[in-house]
Design a protein around this ligand. Structure first.
Ligand code: GDP
Ligand code: MG
Length: 163
């Protein structure tokens, strides 16, 4: 038994940094559908003894005719459909921005199993943003530093029941 985790959130919060930490060099693009490999990156994740599939919503930053919000909505909904669980990431240093609230609304409606992650959580500069994250209505935020590898034990504990 394994599961699929989708990492969603607005650009620049650290999604790909976490994806790369979980996947390392084992990145395997598996979907041949046009656009899918570019928009959603899929990899084989390892976290201690856990093995699972992880999806990074990577296509948000590209400039297209579609508005960023439309694109966020479309990609997020697709990732949610593919995933057993979503890790919704915000930037704890920036706090909760309007774009984060758009994601939270999508995720609350889709009622997927959601882990709210407050990333860039290393250091005191993140304290206020971590507290602010409660306002998203998605439960207790998981304080992470994808860059420094902090909070990975807690992430493991949250994912373990799904494995
Ligand atoms: P994405 O657009 O959500 O995929 O974000 P990226 O993974 O590309 O990261 C955006 C920027 O945030 C990069 O400069 C990263 O190095 C930085 N970043 C990612 N995780 C952390 C973190 O835990 N702490 C800090 N301080 N910076 C981070
Ligand atoms: Mg990215």
């Amino acid at each position: 038994m394994s599961f699929t985790l989708a990492i969603v959130g607005r650009p620049n919060v650290g999604k790909s940094t976490l994806f790369n930490r979980l996947v390392g060099k084992r990145l395997a693009l598996v979907d041949d559908q046009p656009g899918v490999t570019r928009d959603l990156r899929e990899g084989e994740a390892r976290l201690a003894d856990l093995r699972f599939t992880v999806i990074d919503t990577a296509g948000l930053e590209e400039a297209t005719d579609e508005s960023l919000q439309g694109r966020m909505r479309r990609l997020t909904e697709r990732a949610v459909e593919m995933a057993d669980i979503c890790l919704f990431m915000i930037d704890a240093r920036a706090g909760v921005l309007p774009a984060d609230e758009v994601f939270a609304e999508i995720l609350r409606k889709k009622s997927a199993h959601v882990i709210l992650a407050a990333n860039k959580g290393e250091g005191a500069a993140a304290d206020a943003g971590v507290i602010e994250a409660y306002s998203l209505g998605l439960g207790e935020p998981l304080r992470l530093s994808a860059e420094h590898g902090e909070g990975m034990n807690e992430l493991y504990t949250m994912l373990l029941p799904l494995a």
